[in-house]
Design a protein around this ligand. Structure first.
Ligand code: NDP
Length: 267
């Protein structure tokens, strides 16, 4: 690690619990590669004290920004001063930039991270049809990302159908021309198939969709990073599908967060 001095720019990640977060390692590696004089440290903020913590952090003149993760992604948006229309419609943020006057600008990069992760694997989504299982936090951002980056149509399938309907309505508020359907467990008839639920994290979890309906022409994508090879991806491989792992989404988000926070390559 580079030496920390009085010139070093400060970044933090807010989470509860904090011990498991991987972002400090990834972002500090990014700073080192870019020869950037910055450091990202973990801040353990609980939901009860998030507002107080943010109020203190905004007063720090050498703070550049914050990464925000579970359980603060929704609450932080309300506590920031500015956010794009899309971030407000998603209803959650995972990065906050401190402006020179102390104002806080919130942004959500899960969706762009997912799309850029696909692009880094050589997968262009423009004009493709997409099926997404899930309507939770990650799914919200991914759905906006898929539509923003030009899928021809999107089918959203979720256990709680009302959440899928609500997500559809919020996307249509920003993208009125988008073609969005509410789906079932059947992912057939789509080029791209995405698991954006938490099913697959634990051994013995049910599959997030009917894998017997997958066919070899489809690209099946995960958001889950651990385990790397989920039961869905195993089943998809068996059916001859191409697969895309959860890890590139995080790797791409590190790049996007650095861009949003103005980290420049000083080499
Ligand atoms: P949420 O709790 O917000 O959403 C969970 C989703 O899974 C909901 O759609 C929920 O359906 C569905 N679900 C959960 N249990 C079941 C079940 N038993 N049967 C059917 N559906 C179920 O979680 P997040 O969106 O925040 O996270 C989802 C996953 O995304 C996690 O595994 C997380 O690790 C991963 N993730 C990965 C990232 C990356 O960079 N690779 C970044 C962010 C998240 P319902 O609405 O009906 O409850």
């Amino acid at each position: 690690m580079r030496q920390i001095t009085g010139e070093t720019k400060l970044f933090g990640i807010l989470a509860d619990p904090i011990h498991h977060v991987k972002t400090p390692q990834r972002m500090n590696e990014h700073f080192a590669r870019a020869n950037y004089d910055g450091v990202l440290v973990p801040f353990h903020a609980t939901p009860d004290n998030l507002a107080t913590v943010l109020d203190g952090l905004r007063k720090l003149e050498n703070l550049v920004g914050l990464i925000v993760t579970v359980p603060h992604k929704t609450a932080v948006l309300e506590l920031c001063d500015d956010a794009s229309d899309t971030t407000r419609k998603i209803g959650a943020a995972n990065v906050v930039r401190r402006e020179p006057n102390g104002r806080l600008t919130a942004h959500m990069l899960d969706g762009e991270g997912f799309v850029r992760g696909l692009q880094s694997g050589g997968h262009d989504i423009k004009g493709k049809s997409a099926y997404m299982a899930g309507a939770g936090g990650a799914a919200n951002a991914i759905a906006f990302g898929l539509v923003q980056y030009g899928v021809s149509r999107l089918t959203i399938a979720n256990r709680t159908v009302a959440k899928a309907e609500d997500l559809k309505a919020r996307i249509l508020d920003i993208h009125p021309q988008a073609h969005i359907d509410i789906g079932t467990a059947d992912p057939s008839g789509h080029d791209l198939v995405v698991n954006a639920t938490s099913l697959g994290l634990k051994e013995g979890d049910a599959l997030p969709m009917d894998v017997n309906k997958l066919d070899a022409g489809q690209l099946v994508c995960e958001v889950i990073m651990q385990p790397e090879e989920t039961a869905l991806l195993l089943a998809a491989r068996k059916r001859g599908c191409a697969v895309h792992y959860g890890a590139p989404m995080l790797a791409s988000q590190i790049e996007l967060m650095a861009e949003f926070l103005g980290v420049s390559n000083s080499k």
